[in-house]
Design a protein around this ligand. Structure first.
Ligand code: ADP
Length: 720
């Protein structure tokens, strides 16, 4: 008999299969739950985790009391042996301080997680898992490992410091958190940035980082606020301001410094007290020379003040307390024709002075051609200068310089980053070059958008390394959760593609959504600014509030200058935001609109006239007279145009003409007159007409001297 065919054998096989299947299903279910629990718990950066069920909902797999005791004992033994408690070995037990395996003094975060319709309490220490080297402060829970791309920077130091701070260096093609570039990136890059990404330049910062644009903005502000904007030497942009500069030179005996409009490192700079040597068509920046600068040990110097901007709307500016003073290398004497060419005396650029054999390298604070700002402060104190007041004046110059470009910065930022709602998309370290005169008044000379981070000397290393480190600590990169944002973005794209209805459209709050308008206005000193008596950020929980809290608690060696801590100062700076109401740099003026309108109408009329003339020239005027109605515009339209033109002429009154435009027109007229005179155009034409016998009586009356000279046989074309 074949046993395999027996009913009994089949039944046994069935039972075996059934029990195997059951065991497999049970195991699957268990692993699924454990994995889900693990995933949920992994959202918290806990080293040790505890969870237990609240009274109404016991945990899925409660541990037996015996096993729990055994595990506790084991953990205690391991802790005593100095071993760390394993990451993945959750401790099941009560969460009270005494029974917990964690040290009682260790602060804990408590929270609840929802899993399979049951609620579990989770506790984890606030201690961070792997604190980045050299950084003793905590990073928020959202941080995984931030990445930085430094491939567009020539300074190896940036990458090295980033690494020590726990950043991972990645290529530009990867999903970096920070892109550090030495040059201004293109608009395309700005536009493609994700909401967790930050870049070290603001679009539009060029407005203060190019000499000509800086002068234009500061001159504009000086015109609107003549008392407040005396923060830079008198400056003219040639050739546009040629006439003005010449006029000033006629009435003032001054030395002028001339610079190429977009030059750097002292290239192409010279001094003169005779502006007539400059051609009327040369593109230059002409500035009055500050001929009595503050001297230390007889040398002229300027200050490189490092300034960090973390936001333009609201404006947030920080100044680094340490910086550099760069010294000229020949002792200073007020400019004379004899020494005006001595660049080692009048220029303080490192790139110029390093070529001088007198350039001094020194490890001591009180000597050397490059010194720290702290050394200058000590020197000032020793000479009884008010250092606090001086730095407050420097801060004022910096704020006003940035404010002069504020409308452009704000406009560009919102145009490029309409959706950046978690953190600011940009931050920027600017190098302000400040010259101080003998009365300790600071003047802004230049703003560098990529200040040099070369560390040739010890003093460079002592200033620039901490600067980079403090900057990377202060920027709020860590507040954006890359994974979460990517997930949200994917979901949004999917929703958009599938055109899912029903769900309300996702509203991206603007950064600072948690801060009410008056508060933001107050912080940025906007037009509606109201004095606030509470620290606005303290009670807010929006992304802007988080950023502010982060920045305030990670200042390092920075000091915040905007918004200023003093409310009266905040009030004072409020007025400069409103510049765009007074002189719009985007909108056309009423006058220019009117002119354009008139020009358009005139153009139409000229075209009509031309068409008419053309027809007449073709000799078809009569024949086509009938046809003309069809060729030209319909009669009604022509009539309307004619009436409009008539009305326009009747009612037209000259609009507002800006001084700058007028000056420019004058300069052009001047240049034209100069060209006619020097090329002897009138004389040439006159002589030709005389020779060909085409001179009219009027010509003889209007230019009697030319006629007289020709009559006496003089060659008027070549007489000097
Ligand atoms: P660059 O960008 O080429 O360095 P700057 O405008 O910074 O040009 O000028 C170079 C140097 O010339 C400054 O460091 C300063 O020493 C000197 N300098 C510039 N402008 C003036 C001025 N108006 N008065 C006195 N010195 C000046």
């Amino acid at each position: 008999m074949n046993l395999k065919n027996s009913k009994f054998f089949k039944r046994i096989q069935e039972l075996r299969h059934f029990s195997k299947e059951k065991i497999r299903k049970d195991r699957e279910k268990r692993t699924h739950v454990v994995r889900a629990l693990d995933m949920a718990l992994n959202e918290q950066p806990c080293l040790d985790r505890e969870w237990f069920s609240p009274e109404q909902s016991p945990p899925l797999q409660p541990m037996s009391p015996r096993r729990r005791m055994k595990k506790t004992r084991c953990l205690k033994r391991r802790a005593a042996a100095g071993k760390q408690v394993g990451d993945n070995s959750p401790y099941y037990g009560p969460s009270s301080g005494e029974n917990s395996p964690m040290p009682a003094d260790e602060a804990k975060l408590q929270g609840f997680i929802q899993l399979n319709n049951k609620t579990y309490r989770v506790e984890c220490p606030t201690r961070v898992l792997n604190p980045p080297m050299n950084v003793d402060e905590e990073r928020p829970a959202s941080e995984t490992k931030s990445t930085i791309c430094v491939s567009n920077s020539r300074y190896a130091m940036i990458g090295k410091i980033s690494k020590t701070l726990g950043y991972k260096l990645v290529k530009e093609s990867k999903m970096w958190n920070i892109l550090w570039s030495d040059s201004f990136p293109g608009v395309e890059l700005f536009k493609n940035m994700k909401r967790f990404q930050q870049i070290n330049h603001f679009p539009g910062m060029i407005e203060i980082c190019r000499k000509d644009l800086l002068s234009r903005n500061l001159n504009r502000m000086l015109k609107i606020f003549p008392q407040d904007y005396k923060i830079f030497p008198k400056t003219w942009m040639l050739p546009a301001d040629y006439g003005d500069a010449m006029n000033y030179a006629l009435n003032h005996k001054r030395t002028f410094i001339l610079k190429p409009d977009s030059g750097a490192q002292g290239r192409g700079i010279w001094l003169t007290n005779d502006l007539k040597t400059i051609g009327p068509h040369e593109r230059l920046i002409c500035q009055t020379y500050i001929n009595r600068p503050l001297l230390i040990d007889g040398y002229k110097f300027d200050l490189r003040v490092y300034t960090l901007i973390t936001s333009v709307d609201p404006l947030r500016i920080f100044v680094y307390n340490e910086g550099l003073a760069r010294f000229a290398t020949n002792k200073y004497v007020e400019p004379t024709p004899g020494n005006a060419n001595d660049l080692y005396m009048h220029l303080t650029n490192y790139s110029v002075n390093k070529r001088n054999s007198h350039y001094e390298l020194c490890d001591n604070d009180d000597c050397g051609s490059k010194r720290k700002l702290s050394a200058i402060n000590t020197w000032m104190r020793r000479h009884n200068y008010d250092v606090e007041e001086f730095w407050s004046n420097v801060d004022d110059v910096i704020i006003k310089t940035v404010l002069s470009a504020w409308p452009v910065l704000k406009h560009n930022y919102h145009a490029c980053f309409p959706g950046h709602d978690k953190i600011q998309a940009c931050f920027e370290i600017l190098g302000f070059d400040i010259l101080v005169d003998w009365k300790l008044k600071p003047y802004i000379l230049e703003v560098n958008h990529s200040p040099s981070f070369h560390t040739n000397e010890q003093v460079d290393r002592e200033v620039k390394r901490p600067l980079i480190r403090d900057t990377l600590n202060l920027v709020s990169t860590v507040l954006a959760d890359k994974r979460q944002i990517l997930k949200e973005d994917r979901k949004r794209v999917k929703q958009r593609l599938l055109k899912i209805r029903g769900d309300p459209p996702v509203q991206r709050p603007r950064l600072g959504g948690g801060t009410s308008k008056p508060k933001i206005d107050a912080q940025k000193g906007g037009p509606d600014a109201q004095p606030v008596d509470v620290e606005p950020e303290a009670e807010d929980h929006g992304p802007l509030a988080q950023q502010i809290a982060w920045e305030e608690s990670h200042l390092g060696n920075f000091r915040k200058i905007m918004p200023p801590p003093d409310l009266s100062k905040l009030d004072y700076y409020t007025r400069f935001y409103a510049q765009s109401n007074q002189v719009s740099i985007f909108a056309e003026t009423a006058a220019s609109k009117k002119r354009e309108d008139l020009a358009r109408k005139m153009r139409i009329q000229i075209e009509e006239k031309k068409a008419k003339q053309q027809q007449m020239l073709n000799g078809n005027a009569k024949r086509d007279a009938r046809k003309r109605h069809t060729v030209l515009l319909p009669r009604a339209v022509r009539e309307r145009n004619r009436m409009n033109l008539f009305r326009l002429r009747e009612n037209w009154s000259p609009g507002f003409i800006s001084d700058a435009e007028e000056r420019l027109r004058h300069t052009w007229l001047h240049m034209r007159a100069e060209a006619i005179r020097t090329l002897k155009i009138t004389e040439n034409i006159y002589s030709n007409l005389y020779e060909t016998g085409l001179l009219t009586n009027t010509d003889m009356v209007v230019y009697p001297h030319l006629y007289h000279n020709l009559q006496h046989g003089y060659d008027i074309k070549h007489v000097p």
